[in-house]
Design a protein around this ligand. Structure first.
Ligand code: FE
Length: 354
């Protein structure tokens, strides 16, 4: 009796083990299918919560490959059709356009995304869906030395070329994507003749040869090295919210204006996402980008970098951005802004704007 009982127990144990093994194998197979390989140029703490929330809601795991924008573009090009990338997240329309030219994306077919993201914040669409879509926005604004200038002296991009600002303007490299896009927006609004003349004027007004990032330009204004500079809003907001008193003092010396409020509105750029050309997990990739347009994800994306949501009507709670106030944004489609990059670069070369 004892022996046969043991045998039965052993058999049951074996069956249980076998069952568990099969279950494990099945769940591993399922887990392997439910993955999104994300190539991201964003690295903020709130992004952790973003990915965790998506995995909790869908069971789809996010595998991240992180590099800067240039690194991601280079890696995707090198990997070609063998790339494991499913979703590509890049910063600035000029870079998204570069990726589009390199054939890195496939059209994104999603009613959810079409409903949530305004047409002006989507990449080129040949009828199959956009190549990429904006998931957060930032404005490119003008900062100035309050002891030397008034807001009215610098309340338009056009005024950056005015004779009154000779030797007073600081800006990062003209061919940095942020500037290629800003200048591309001006090109869309004003045409090539006026834009090239304007670029020549700005280049002639520089206080020093372009160097450093946007934050360096704000610091240079506060230090009196220049009287006016150009920056993305999140760099300014980051200094406003800095734990270092020195940063907050610096911002207090500097005024900020949203340019072109009386005209076409301030230039707004995006960080954007698209489905990779040879995505192996296409459905999961689309689900992830749809999730990025949800209210919760929009808040996390914006808060992570002091940006604005891309989806209209989503509210964030950012004291620095609230202090900067609301503004009129341009309506130039971001796809056109990105696509102007090559022509802008030619103009910069012609006028000697490094
Ligand atoms: Fe940046």
């Amino acid at each position: 009796m004892r022996t046969s009982h043991n045998t039965l127990a052993n058999r049951l144990a074996t069956l249980a083990t076998l069952g568990a093994t099969l279950l494990l194998a099945a769940s591993q197979a399922a887990a392997q299918e439910r993955v999104v390989n994300l190539y991201s140029a964003r690295h903020y703490q709130t992004d952790e919560a973003l990915y965790a929330n998506f995995t909790r809601a869908t069971g789809i795991r996010i595998n991240r490959v992180e590099a800067d924008d240039a690194g991601i573009l280079a890696r995707l090009k090198a990997e070609g059709a063998a790339s494991p990338a499913d979703v590509i997240l890049l910063v600035d329309a000029a870079r998204l356009w570069r990726g589009e030219q390199d054939g890195l994306f496939q059209p994104l077919k999603s009613e959810v995304v079409s409903k949530r993201i305004p047409p002006a914040l989507r990449g080129a669409d040949a009828g199959q869906g956009p190549q990429w879509v904006g998931v957060s926005t930032r404005a490119r604004v003008i900062v100035y030395d309050k002891t030397q200038l008034k807001a009215a002296d610098v309340d338009s991009y056009e005024k950056l070329a005015s004779p009154a600002l000779k030797g007073k303007v600081c800006i990062r490299s003209g061919s940095h994507p942020y500037n290629l896009s800003l200048f591309g927006s001006v090109l869309e609004r004003r045409g090539s003749t006026q834009t090239q003349a304007w670029l020549q004027g700005v280049a002639g007004n520089l206080a020093r040869a372009p160097k450093g990032g946007d934050t360096d330009q704000i610091r240079a204004v506060a230090a009196g090295e220049c009287a006016v500079a150009v920056t993305n809003t999140y760099y300014f907001a980051r200094l406003m919210r800095s734990a270092a008193a020195a940063d907050r003092d610096l911002v207090a010396k500097v005024g900020m204006v949203f340019p072109d409020q009386a005209g076409a509105g301030t230039h707004v750029n995006i960080s954007g996402a698209g489905v990779a050309r040879s995505a192996k997990n296409r459905e999961a990739a689309v689900a992830f980008i749809e999730y990025l347009t949800s209210d919760d994800a929009q808040r996390l994306l914006a808060d992570g970098n002091n940006e604005y949501p891309a989806v209209p009507g989503v509210r964030t709670d950012n004291p620095a951005l609230a202090a900067l106030g609301t503004f009129k944004a341009e309506t130039v489609p971001i796809a056109k802004v990105g696509a102007a990059a090559a022509q802008v670069q030619q103009m910069l070369d012609r006028v000697g704007f490094k």
